[in-house]
Design a protein around this ligand. Structure first.
Ligand SMILES: *[C@@H]1O[C@H](CO)[C@@H](O)[C@H](O)[C@H]1NC(C)=O
Ligand SMILES: *[C@@H]1O[C@H](CO)[C@@H](O)[C@H](O)[C@H]1NC(C)=O
Ligand SMILES: *[C@@H]1O[C@H](CO)[C@@H](O)[C@H](O)[C@H]1NC(C)=O
Ligand SMILES: *[C@@H]1O[C@H](CO)[C@@H](O)[C@H](O)[C@H]1NC(C)=O
Length: 541
């Protein structure tokens, strides 16, 4: 390292250290709630005499209460002799159907005499429990838990209804337990959508009852999800208010599908210089659509969410001009490659319609000039999206939110973790000046080429915390110093819960004895009966 860069490095450390000391008054909650009013009284809490009660009969809330009863008191019983206290949860609706747009609004009202969370739905109550957990402070010296800043009133609701992380189980297999662990992390960040990029060119890891040989395209028979795994992941998401939206990326990125059905893959071996990643399906063989129909219809039953992502990115149109069978088919119909792509997307719409699913695609078909059905939701990754919202499409923003890149916005960063500020500074409204109501929210994307379950946590967290606050908190909540003051204790809290979220500056984070048991797995497993009833009870009334 040259002397100058050492000096710059030292100067930057000094700046970071100063930033960390910016005083922020009141409870340190991430994401910052919409409104917090607080006082200066403190209530001692006694874990042995602390209860969470509700009149709701929701199974989802009962599971959440059990989880937060543990998360409130991660360091055991402590030494408190404080009297009993009860946190009352009032939920207006008994309907615990989880889908896009469900209310996550909540209010916390706490005094030294009464502790309450009020919400429209159990999912609002779960967000309130998370905020409440972050208000509880454990003092290691006295072994006391306290709730400071009383009386407190928090009125909170999300800025955007779609807030998620995308993970990729195809470039590297991610065990089902790890995916549920990621759902824990999402819920701690008040994110509500796990976008699961299930398949890609390199592997097809998900079992199918219709075509059991699809997993011939997996890396290994051990690197596969059983149908029971998928159902457990979806049900587990519901217990945390996290929708699990699957992506089956077609027509490109499908080489692995050819292990079971070689004839549905385009024949253009010269197109990719041996890089199989983007090999596309052929639109010229009806078997392609028969296989897609059968698989999507089957999977649509396991993934209860009403959104279904069919990818559509990086379609190498030149490949279709190198496969003689596709060329003949296009010539007969008088079609260009874009018209062939149009035909492909239209056939997908026809498959999804009876499944009653809304199609999500990446921005590529739109950019190519494909006329998408107006109900399609477009996820933006590499394109300006003013044209897309002007055309009337709803949008999920991932532009500037690529976690697989150290630097998502083009600024040089010398400290990896500091790139959290690039995410934090990127607003979904950036670069857009009209039709803002078309933006449903955003997703941070963790592509899997260079991560596996041993390394993904530390790449995603704490950087994605910047995205979680950007998508939940008010638009004017942009002060990085204020955020850092809250995110530093929060990333420690994540580590204490077994999410390997890194620190942002020099500090000490006390870890509980059992944190390692949660490092790559979920905190609770569900019983088969719970899974069944969680899935059955999600039918819309
Ligand atoms: C949540 O509260 C906000 C602010 O009061 C309101 O605009 C929004 O409609 C509420 N959301 C739902 C789903 O009820
Ligand atoms: C996979 O199964 C399907 C139908 O069950 C069959 O048509 C296909 O030939 C099988 N593929 C292989 C490679 O055996
Ligand atoms: C392929 O399917 C389409 C739509 O069902 C149908 O119109 C067409 O005739 C079929 N083509 C062949 C070659 O079977
Ligand atoms: C954001 O705007 C609201 C409403 O104008 C205001 O009450 C609040 O203090 C602002 N927050 C920040 C962090 O500037």
């Amino acid at each position: 390292m040259k002397l100058l860069s050492i000096l710059v490095a030292v100067a930057l450390i000094a700046i970071v250290a100063t930033e960390a000391q910016t005083p922020v008054a009141g409870p340190l909650i991430v994401p910052q709630p919409q409104s917090v009013n607080f006082g200066d009284q403190t209530l001692q809490l006694n874990p042995d005499k602390f209860q969470i009660e509700t009149s709701s009969s929701s199974q989802v809330l009962a599971i959440a209460i059990k989880r937060y009863q543990q998360l409130f008191f991660l360091f055991g019983a402590g030494k408190s002799s404080a009297p009993a206290a009860t946190l009352n949860i009032k939920v207006a609706s008994e309907d615990d159907t989880l889908d896009f747009g469900v209310s996550e609004n909540y209010t916390i009202s706490a005094t030294t005499d009464s502790l309450a969370i009020m919400a429209d739905t159990v999912y609002g109550a779960i967000r309130g429990l998370e905020s409440f957990s972050q208000m509880i402070i454990y003092d290691f010296a006295s072994q006391q838990y306290t709730l400071p800043f009383l009386p407190v009133v928090i009125v909170d609701f999300p800025r955007f209804p779609w807030r998620g992380i995308m993970i990729d189980s195809a470039r590297h297999f991610l065990p089902a337990a790890f995916i549920m662990h990621t759902i824990d992390a999402l819920a701690y960040n008040k994110m509500n959508t796990l976008h699961w990029h299930v398949t890609d060119g390199q592997s097809y890891p998900i079992s199918s009852a219709t075509f059991p040989n699809m997993t011939l395209g997996a890396w290994d028979p051990a690197a596969t999800f059983s149908i029971a795994d998928v159902q457990e992941i979806v049900a587990y998401g519901k217990t945390q208010g996290v929708r699990v939206v699957p992506e089956f990326d077609v027509p490109s990125h499908t080489y692995s599908w050819g292990a079971a059905f070689p004839s549905i893959i385009s024949n253009c071996p010269d197109s990719f210089n041996g890089n199989i990643g983007q090999y596309p399906l052929t639109p010229a063989n009806n078997l392609t659509f028969e296989v897609l129909d059968a698989l999507f219809t089957e999977y649509g039953g396991y993934f209860i969410d009403s959104y279904f992502h069919t990818g559509g990115d990086e379609m190498p149109l030149a490949c279709w001009t190198q496969d003689p069978a596709i060329v003949e088919w296009m010539t007969d119909l008088g079609w260009t490659t874009v018209e062939a792509e149009q035909y492909f997307e239209d056939r997908l719409d026809a498959i999804l319609a009876p499944m009653k699913k809304t199609k999500l695609v990446w921005n590529d078909p739109f950019v190519n000039g494909v006329q998408l059905d107006p109900t399609t939701v477009i996820q933006v990754w590499d394109s300006s999206f003013q044209d897309i919202v002007n055309a009337g499409f709803n949008v999920i923003v991932s532009y500037n939110y690529y976690l697989d890149q150290q630097d998502p916005t083009g600024t040089v960063q010398w400290m990896f973790e500091n790139t959290w500020t690039n995410f934090y500074d990127s607003d979904p409204f950036d670069g857009i000046n009209s039709n803002l109501d078309k933006i449903l929210g955003g997703e941070a994307c963790m592509w899997g080429e260079q991560v596996d379950q041993l390394s993904i946590d530390v790449r995603v967290w704490p950087r994605a915390i910047g995205v979680s606050e950007r998508l939940w908190s008010a638009q004017n909540q942009t002060d990085v110093n204020n955020a850092l003051t809250r995110i530093s204790p929060f990333t420690c809290r994540l580590s204490q819960r077994g999410i390997a979220s890194g620190p942002l500056s020099a500090d000490f984070c006390m870890l509980p004895d059992d944190f390692e048991s949660y490092l790559r797995g979920p905190r609770d497993r569900l019983t088969p009966d719970q899974i069944k009833s969680l899935l059955v009870n999600n039918k819309k009334q």
